[in-house]
Write a protein that binds this ligand. Structure first.
Ligand code: NAD
Length: 340
């Protein structure tokens, strides 16, 4: 039985605790850690954890903890991942690894120094069936060569009143950057970013156009004040056809001369199955030591941070920005690129 500790018991930490307790028979929830002891105890008791704590480093060091899930705020991800690497404990770290590509490089260096991978990143869309099928349509050749991918990320409203366009790029868009790299199996080379004008003072959508190494064009709309619901859409266009994501809804209501399906208020329902699949893969990684074929690594965290940094520069300057990624270290090549 793999004994898991969760650090950060907010929305995501609670979700991870629920998945460990209810969906992963091979794992047990050992400790829930949050800087707010009340929160740690509440989640520990709701999901039957053995213990609660407020000290992340002490939790990682515990001899009765085999693996760690980090779901505390963004700025804690890289430092806590490095503590896990030093302790020799596999970690499922929520996205982003860091908003700084330099800090991602430090995590990669710590990991490479140990000679094995420890960090799996929570870019769970790789496990969502819609994207799995898009990727398969490219791998099996039925779509021909990929030309474009269009992506829409819409939230009901911004999480904080002081949310900015730059934050839409560094906080929301990394999911899009990662999934496009994964589906197209390529890297981005440039980005432009613009915003239309809203009639109020809420943050306007950010629209990015990116080019890839293989000459594909990618559009990404991040609209954090879409008002109507949580809505993620994507379409992959190839030379022989296209694959588009359907709105995921289990029912449709017909009433008053109209037909409707409902939207969720946030991401948790839409991606529940993807989180479960991701966490199962993490558990297999802990048990076998083999990094999962489709999971996101520290390298992918670095790549997302590089694109986000260039995107924020593009928005601030109004100019197209080149993305100068380093070559992927052989250490992270592994089974990547193999169809999964
Ligand atoms: N994969 C996804 O789809 C997804 C979705 C939402 C959020 N996230 C990521 O998950 C992380 C958490 O997001 P959230 O929405 O759950 O936030 P949240 O604010 O609901 O929860 C964060 C929790 O961490 C605790 N905390 C803060 N600093 C801490 C520290 N140093 N040590 C231990 N606990 C600490 C807080 O008390 C809080 O309970 C963020 O990094 C976010 O980017 C990922």
């Amino acid at each position: 039985m793999t004994r898991v500790a969760i650090i950060g018991a907010g929305l995501m930490g609670e979700d991870h605790a629920s998945i460990i307790a209810r969906d992963l028979p091979g794992a047990t929830l050992q400790v829930v850690c949050d800087m707010d002891m009340g929160r740690a105890k509440a989640v520990a008791s709701a999901f039957g954890a053995k213990d609660a704590s407020t000290d992340p480093e002490a939790v990682i060091a515990r001899s009765d903890v085999d693996a760690v899930i980090v779901a505390s705020p963004d700025f804690t991800h890289a430092p806590l991942s490095r503590v896990c690497i030093t302790a020799g404990k596999p970690v499922l770290c929520e996205k982003p690894l860091s908003q700084s590509s330099a800090e991602c490089l430090e995590v990669m260096q710590s990991e490479q120094a140990t000679g094995r991978q420890f960090v799996m990143l929570g870019f769970m869309r790789r496990y969502d069936q819609s994207y799995v099928e898009m990727r398969a349509a490219l791998t099996d050749g039925s779509l021909g060569r990929a030309l474009m991918m269009h992506n829409f990320h819409r939230n009901v409203e911004t999480p904080a009143a002081d949310f900015t366009g730059a934050m839409a790029i560094t906080n929301s868009a990394p999911h899009e950057f990662d999934i496009v790299r994964h589906v197209l199996k390529t890297e981005f080379t440039s980005v432009t970013a613009q915003q239309p004008r809203r009639s109020d003072d809420r943050v306007a959508p950010v629209v990015m156009v990116l080019e890839t190494r293989d000459g594909q064009l990618v559009t990404i709309e991040v609209n954090n004040n879409a008002a109507y619901g949580y809505d993620v859409r994507a379409e992959l266009v190839g030379e022989a056809g296209s694959v588009a994501m359907n709105t995921v809804a289990y029912t449709r209501t017909e009433r008053k001369l109209a037909s409707s399906t409902r939207y969720d208020a946030d991401w948790r329902g839409r991606y529940h199955e993807a989180y479960v699949r991701q966490n199962r893969d993490f558990l297999r990684f802990v048990e076998t030591g083999t990094f999962p074929a489709i999971a996101s690594s520290s390298w992918d965290g670095y790549a997302a941070a590089m694109v986000a940094e260039a995107g924020a520069r593009a928005l601030a300057s109004g100019q197209r920005q080149t993305i100068n990624m380093m070559e992927q270290p052989a250490f992270y090549a592994g089974v990547r690129g193999v169809a999964a």
